[in-house]
Design a protein around this ligand. Structure first.
Ligand SMILES: Nc1nc2c(ncn2[C@@H]2O[C@H](COP(=O)(O)OP(=O)(O)OP(=O)(O)O)[C@@H](O)[C@H]2O)c(=O)[nH]1
Ligand SMILES: [Mg+2]
Length: 336
């Protein structure tokens, strides 16, 4: 029998990891919409009232309010269950296999303020406040990273172009995590045991889309009625590499190198992600190269808003990939 993820600890812990404003919370907020719009049979259900409320509130804010979530001030934890089609197993000698229960993957999701990933000193628990007091919240983040086996790493190419601090938000936590895993004997094959979904975010931004277009990396899914441009997982690595060339600090290439050094190649997958997707005119119902921006930048000190319907791209895919890979890894260790 599958464990009931609604009780006790979740099956799999996943941590969102990325610089401030890289799009972590928006990606989570768009998850319900993305699953509902996708053709696959997966759904997401809260495993406690607070986690259900989050899904309801954030979905409403994006759909009706057309507003982005606020920047995180604290670390948040949600417990959700992904429910999808049964894993198919063939019966012997062509006999019909017994009907199997739907697949259930319980996930505990951690979403912290991006600033918490910065600087080793503070993460290591050293003095962080001006009065020299320690900040236990960063320790808690590190504890969550250690407990998790799944990471959603967000690389924001726009922030990298303007500020260039993605590597600053990666190297300290990665070094400290590796130290803890090594001490715990979890560095067996010379790599961290984690699976990592690397999301290149804000793919809807013209600068990102045009970079992909210039490199000839765009494809269109034949089953997509809107004809939205996408980049395959295999090609997203090249897109990442290309976007590293315009990093303001010139350090983004070290993000890619660190991923290869610390994670097993079979446990890394790239996704070109947009939580809001491209604008699609409701009459033509088709992507238009002359009018695709779905982000309305705010004037003066106004916040940016969302222009039309949301068409999330590669929001479900990283979560399902992680959920399925973590479930398979767990089954393999339990079976051995
Ligand atoms: N173009 C575009 N902009 C996005 C998208 N997702 C988020 N943004 C922009 O990025 C901003 C920050 O997004 P958040 O989801 O709050 O980022 P975060 O990583 O959770 O930030 P912290 O909580 O501060 O660490 C939003 O207010 C939007 O302006 C997207 O899919 N496309
Ligand atoms: Mg956030």
């Amino acid at each position: 029998m599958q464990p009931d993820p609604s009780r006790g600890r979740p099956d799999h812990n996943i941590v969102m990891w990325g610089a401030p404003g890289s799009g972590k919370t928006t990606l989570l907020a768009a998850l319900f919409i993305a699953l509902t719009r996708s053709d696959n049979d997966w759904k997401i259900i809260g495993s406690d009232p607070a986690s259900s409320d989050y899904l309801i509130e954030k979905t409403n804010a994006l759909l009706r309010g057309k507003v982005f979530p606020e920047a995180n001030m604290a670390m948040e934890r949600y417990h959700w269950t992904l429910i999808g089609p049964a894993l198919r197993k063939l019966g012997f000698w062509g006999r019909k296999a017994k009907p199997r229960p739907p697949t259930r993957i319980g996930i505990g999701m951690t979403d912290a303020p991006g600033g918490w990933f910065d600087t080793g000193r503070r993460l290591a628990g050293g003095p962080s406040a001006p009065d020299g007091s320690e900040d236990p919240s960063r320790q808690e983040l590190l504890d969550n990273l250690e407990r998790s086996r799944g990471l959603v790493f967000l690389f924001d190419p726009i922030r990298e172009f303007i500020i260039g601090d993605a590597f600053d938000h990666m190297h300290a936590p990665l070094t400290l995590l590796a130290e803890r895993m090594l001490a715990a004997g979890e560095f067996a094959d010379g790599k961290l045991p984690h699976h990592i979904a690397v999301c290149v975010t804000k793919f809807d931004d013209p600068r990102v889309l045009e970079t992909a277009e210039k490199r000839g990396l765009l494809t269109v899914d034949v089953d997509d009625p809107y004809g939205l441009p996408r980049v395959t997982s295999e090609d997203t690595r090249e897109l990442f590499h290309e976007l590293c060339q315009v990093s303001a600090s010139g350090n983004a290439d070290m993000v890619l190198k660190s991923l290869d050094q610390f994670f097993h190649p079979d446990r890394i997958r790239f996704f070109a992600t947009s939580s809001i997707g491209f604008y699609v005119d409701r009459r033509t119902k088709h992507f238009d190269w002359d009018d695709f921006q779905n982000m309305l930048p705010g004037e003066a000190d106004e916040d940016s808003r969302i222009r039309g319907q949301l068409h999330p791209i590669n929001v479900v895919e990283p979560m399902l990939w992680l959920g399925q890979r973590l479930a398979a890894a767990r089954a393999a260790t339990e079976g051995s």
